[in-house]
Each structure stands twice: as structure tokens, then as C-alpha cells.
Design a protein around this ligand. Structure first.
Ligand code: DX5
Ligand code: ZN
Length: 220
């Protein structure tokens, strides 16, 4: 997997023009498609499910980075593998047997990710870090796009980076929520490898230029 990744969140796309927005991401400097799946139980919102992911996947030419905000995600691991997910991320707070869930994701040929809510310390992953391909640090409370970035995230990213290095692990760090061109450089500086951006990209006048700009500020 590449370093310094921009993953536009399709939650902020225009659902009436999903093919257009998917093709825009294909043509842009983005690296991944970030796909937010919410069940109305783990988070107080329902986004979209398998049929919509299938529609995006039909046109997407870049890896699908799927973020499950659902309870009992083990039930759907195979479904998401069949839909072409390259990275499948489950929430730490939703998995009683996290180690088992990660092995099940890998057994389906996907990269295994773990997301942490803002209140969950990175230290809970100490004993499992070598088994994780990607840790997604939530920089807002999951459930909605367009929220304000939580400043404590920088500290969490640095702590996680130190943990990954101490264990000689190759885990990627992804940050999700309220990311923009202002906070992106400091997140990369703290150790982040991948940044999700939803409203910052899709609410801008030219999403394509905004993605290029984000990519530029994190690679220089
Ligand atoms: C929030 C989702 C995010 C969201 C980010 O629960 O996990 O991926 O789409 O949106 P912005 O970038 O608008 O905060
Ligand atoms: Zn997300």
C-alpha cells in the first residue's frame, strides 16, 4: 500500500449523481474511495448499504476503503469482500473478539482495519497492533460528515505512531473527520499515512482541485 493517501468520503457525494462523482474521484489525484457504512445502531445515522456500494464499485477504478460503523460486523465480512472492498475497517467498540474479526477479514483477502472513537485511547491496541493493517483514528464522533475536527487527534496519532514503531509493525494510520487543507499537514507530520475528507472535498467549488490541493499539501 502507498504512503500518504487521500481518501474522499463518498458520504458527502451527490447521491443523485453517484456515477459522476465516482468518475470524478477516478480522474482526480485521490488514492482510495472511503465508504461509510452506518446502521443506525452503532451510530445515530443510517448512510447506505450494499446496493449503493455495488453501484460505486461498478465505476470505481481505485481501492475501496470501507469503514463499518455497525454492530456485530462479523456478519457482513464476506459480503464486503464479494463487493470488492480492499480495506475493511471495523470499530474497536463494536467487536468483542477483535482478534478473531481481524483474522476473518484477512482470510477473505482484505486488509484489516480497526477504528477508534475519539474517547478510546490508542493503548487498547497495544497487544494486537502487529495484526492490524490500518488504524483509523476518528477525529469526530462517527455518524455524520461536516463536523468539527477534535484537536486531541494529533496526540493520538503521535502515540499510535510511536506504538507502531516500537513493535516494528507496518500498520498504516488513517484519520477521519473534519480533515481539511489546514490540519492535513500537521496530521501527516504527527504520523498519519491516510486522510479521509468528505465535506471539505465535495462542498468545495471544484472537488477535483481540492483533492489535488490536499494531495499537494501532504506530499511536500
Ligand atoms: C463520519 C465518517 C466520515 C465522514 C467524514 O462518521 O466516518 O468518513 O464522512 O466527513 P467529513 O470529512 O465531512 O468530516
Ligand atoms: Zn469514515
Amino acid at each position: 500500500m502507498k504512503n500518504k493517501i487521500i481518501a474522499p468520503s463518498m458520504l458527502a457525494a451527490d447521491f443523485g449523481n453517484l456515477q459522476r462523482d465516482t468518475e470524478m474521484v477516478n480522474e482526480s489525484k485521490a488514492d482510495w474511495f472511503h465508504i461509510d457504512i452506518m446502521d443506525g445502531v452503532f451510530v445515530p445515522n443510517i448512510s447506505y448499504g450494499m446496493p449503493v456500494l455495488k453501484a460505486i464499485g461498478k465505476h470505481a477504478k481505485k481501492p475501496l476503503d470501507v469503514h463499518l460503523m455497525i454492530v456485530d460486523p462479523d456478519r457482513y465480512i464476506k459480503h464486503f469482500a464479494d463487493l470488492g472492498a480492499e480495506v475493511l475497517t471495523v470499530h474497536y467498540e463494536a467487536c468483542t473478539h477483535l482478534h478473531r474479526s481481524l483474522q476473518a477479514i484477512k482470510a477473505e483477502g482484505m486488509k484489516a482495519g480497526v477504528a477508534l472513537n475519539p474517547h478510546t485511547p490508542v493503548s487498547v491496541l497495544e497487544d494486537i497492533i502487529q495484526d492490524i493493517d490500518l488504524v483509523l483514528i476518528m477525529s469526530v464522533n462517527p455518524g455524520f460528515g461536516g463536523q468539527k475536527f477534535i484537536e486531541n487527534t494529533y496526540k493520538k496519532v503521535s502515540q499510535l505512531k510511536a506504538m507502531i514503531d516500537a513493535h516494528n509493525a507496518s500498520t498504516l494510520i488513517e484519520v477521519d473527520g473534519g480533515v481539511n487543507a489546514k490540519n492535513a499537514p500537521a496530521l501527516i507530520e504527527a504520523g498519519a499515512n491516510a486522510l479521509v475528507a468528505g465535506s471539505f472535498v465535495f462542498s468545495s467549488e471544484s472537488p477535483m482541485d481540492t483533492i489535488a490541493n490536499l494531495k499537494e499539501v501532504i506530499t511536500k
